[in-house]
Design a protein around this ligand. Structure first.
Ligand code: HEM
Length: 455
């Protein structure tokens, strides 16, 4: 385990918020299989701050599930430090990526990365995203039930490869897609949850050996792309993130070297595509199971409005946020919600539970997009993209993708249930629909004037 795990304090009920006495393996299984239900039951028992004694934590994970505790964990950077806490995923995303960068370097680093993801720049990618959605839509419009998530993963990977790495050559895109799919497969990333000695490269057949081989393939391909782009004469005219980052300079005139770029790009590709794909899958699945909300949305889109579109995306992010938590470590002995928290303990803002707080959200388990129309939530009551200085930098791109899929798909098809509403499962830090978010798509008379974007 890396430093954050090495420093983690051992469990001591006097130094941590309360926890159930259930064995660690049982707590872990209950969390993985029913993350929202189990979390809600602990919250009812202990209040908004409690400890979870799950793997891979030696001590406990301190969980913040109320709006005040959520805000404290996300914004009080003197007490709750980001970066180191992402230790578990560092071998995958790269220790030098923004997600894994602790303060004080984090802010300078973030300033370099923000401009390419600014809303006005992202708007320039609208046509690219729309073209990629159109190219992929026929794969989804098949007879019978279809799991949306694998389809959405292919789409969001196409988008990331195009807008972040600037890939346009089909052979090169295919090589990246192949390498990345093998690398992010659960069977491979599971190596990160093994004890440190077993994560090492113990030969080609060992989990660590396989992980390192697949990682090297992805990094070699990315390194080649950096080299080619550095030498590209047309770089100044390109709109992809890699080209923009090559010329980015901080306040001292320093840019990113190739190793930093490599970590950064890997981090962006990994942080950006699975999360967005999962959100697309949940949103279509929820719409299929809520026909009144779905039909209202279709009518609103047909009328040329995006009012309900925005509300649906917010409501899906409230009820089934793709990312389960934001991780921090306690900088010193402190308190949260009146409970002690020892130095170096792992602390998580568990948004999905804050999003289900009945004091903040009446009928919290009901999908009701209209609750967001003309209303602003209490600050830190709705944080599917986190908050504070580590808030997701890909929000505008993610919204562009999700809204484009909904708008283009609902112009020609109506999602209907293809089985019961799926349970959420916790895989790593992602809240996944248990069967991929299955829907059945019924064709509809095309929207008058075509899709919104072409209207
Ligand atoms: C629906 C899709 C997405 C969701 C739900 C999501 C969620 C999140 C959350 C909750 C955080 C905060 C983590 C924390 O506070 O520790 C975060 C951070 C981040 N996200 Fe996203 N994300 C999405 C899409 C994207 C995309 C498309 C990109 C870029 C291509 C991206 C890049 C990042 C990066 C680089 C960070 C780290 C920011 C920092 O530490 O300063 N995300 N994301």
């Amino acid at each position: 385990m890396n430093d954050a795990f090495a420093r983690e304090p051992a469990w001591d009920p006097r130094r941590f918020p309360p926890a159930v006495r259930t064995p660690r393996a049982v707590q872990t299984a209950r969390m993985l299989l029913n993350p929202q239900g189990y979390g809600q039951s602990l919250r009812r028992r202990f209040g908004p701050v409690f400890s979870l004694r799950t793997f891979p934590y030696r001590g406990a994970l301190v969980c913040a599930t109320g709006v005040a505790a959520n805000q404290a964990v996300l914004t009080d950077h003197h007490r709750f430090t980001g970066g180191d806490a992402a230790a578990l995923i560092a071998p995958a995303v790269g220790a030098g990526s923004l997600i894994c960068t602790p303060p004080p370097r984090h802010l300078d680093h973030r300033r370099l990365l923000l401009p390419p993801f600014h809303g006005t720049r992202v708007a320039n990618w609208a046509q690219v995203v729309r073209d990629l959605v159109h190219a992929r839509l026929p794969d989804l419009l098949v007879d019978g039930g279809v799991p949306v998530r694998p389809w959405a993963q292919r789409l969001t990977l196409d988008v990331i490869l195009r807008v972040v790495l600037g890939l346009t050559d089909p052979a090169r895109t295919a090589a990246f897609r192949h390498a990345l799919n093998a690398f992010v497969a659960m069977g491979n990333l599971a190596a990160l949850f093994l004890p440190k000695p077993l994560q090492r490269n113990l030969g080609p057949l060992s989990p660590g050996g396989r992980f390192h081989r697949l990682r090297t393939t992805v990094r070699d391909l990315t390194r080649e792309e950096i080299t080619v782009r550095r030498a590209a004469p047309d770089r100044a005219n390109r709109d992809d993130v890699l080209s923009l980052l090559l010329d980015a300079r901080d306040a001292y005139g320093a840019g990113l070297d190739d190793e930093q770029l490599l970590d950064e790009l890997t981090g962006l590709v990994l942080a950006g595509h699975e999360t967005t794909a999962t959100t697309i899958a949940w949103t279509l699945h929820l719409l299929a199971h809520h026909p009144a909300a779905r039909d209202d949305l279709i009518a609103d889109l047909d009328a040329g409005s995006d009012r309900l579109l925005k509300a649906v995306v917010k409501e899906s992010g409230r009820l089934r946020p793709a990312v389960y938590n934001a991780m921090r470590t306690a900088a010193h002995d402190t308190e949260l919600g009146g409970h002690p928290v020892p130095r170096h303990a792992f602390v998580a803002a568990l948004f999905p539970l804050t999003h289900l707080d009945p004091d903040l959200w009446p009928e919290p388990n009901t999908f009701r997009p209209e609750r967001h129309v003309g209303e602003s939530p209490v600050p830190y009551a709705l944080t599917p993209f986190g908050g504070g200085i580590r808030r997701c930098i890909g929000v505008s791109l993610a919204h562009l993708e999700i809204e484009t899929v909904l708008s283009e798909l609902l112009a020609t098809a109506v999602p209907e249930p293809a089985g019961p509403m799926e349970q959420a499962r916790l895989v790593s830090v992602t809240l996944l629909p248990a069967r991929g978010g299955r829907v059945r798509l019924r064709g509809r008379r095309p929207r008058p004037g075509g899709s919104r974007s072409n209207a």
